[in-house]
Design a protein around this ligand. Sequence first.
Ligand code: HEC
Ligand code: HEC
Length: 235
Amino acid sequence: MALIEKALVGPAPTVDNVAHGGRLYDKWWTEAGAAEPKGDMPMWALQKTNTRKGLDTWRCKECHGWDYKGKGGAYGKGSHFTGFPGVLEAAATRSRAELVQILKGGADFRHDFSKAIDEEHLGHMADFLKRGLVNLSPYIDYAANKPISANVEHGKVKYVATCVPCHGDDGKKINFGSPTEPEYVGSVAAENSWEFLHKVRAGQPAAAMPSGMVNGWSIQDMVDVLGYARTLPEK
Ligand code: HEC
Ligand code: HEC
């Protein structure tokens, strides 16, 4: 009996797989080393408010949000608004197998990623949906786009121990933008609390950046780092 249950439910996902799923949610083709998708994601045509084209339209985060709440969250207004729903509810009510089916177009044929992403990666994405999502409303003041409560001193200790080797004391060692429009740790922290937390939790796609989840950090630890990162220069 126990064996059959295990076969039906499958083994519990490792935290590495959950974090990997989070990086796929961010930008799956980079993280999976897959070919870049062409044109617009077929469901993109169901909305007209977000005017982005091409690659952006294929990122899970573009339609469902960095906060996993879609139109009910930070992408409920502004240039990223699509009107598409979030994934928190589906993740809570559907099984892993059902989530994989949704990613294979089982609920809507246009939502089929199976030609571009292999079964194993789709499974890790479902693991992230089932185990890796967090409701950020208790942590982030949505109207002000900043932490509700952050221990900046504690955030600094964690930043210095973990982030400084790659990003430098001032967060400017790597420029994520361009020479004319630079983007640093401080700019991302100021511009998008939800994106910052997602990336610190899961890591950066196809980069050596560590995952807070894998390192056993609590959400509050990461919110504290966000609080500290907001004191770093944006330019
Ligand atoms: C172009 C926009 C778009 C992209 C990109 C996209 N989705 Fe969706 N997704 C949708 C829409 C629209 C629905 C259908 C919602 C509905 O049933 O009304 C949906 C449904 C879902 C659902 C089920 C939601 C529910 O409540 O039943 C899940 C889970 C999901 N998507 C996960 C993902 C993941 C993971 C990715 C990245 C591989 C992704 N989506 C990429 C638009 C998108
Ligand atoms: C081992 C090196 C490494 C460490 C340690 C590291 N990062 Fe990163 N981080 C990267 C790389 C590489 C990128 C991607 C740069 C790019 O895409 O140009 C990145 C990207 C980022 C981004 C922005 C991504 C974007 O596309 O907007 C943020 C924010 C960030 N890191 C924050 C942090 C924080 C906070 C820590 C500490 C918890 C940290 N990183 C630790 C290497 C690292």
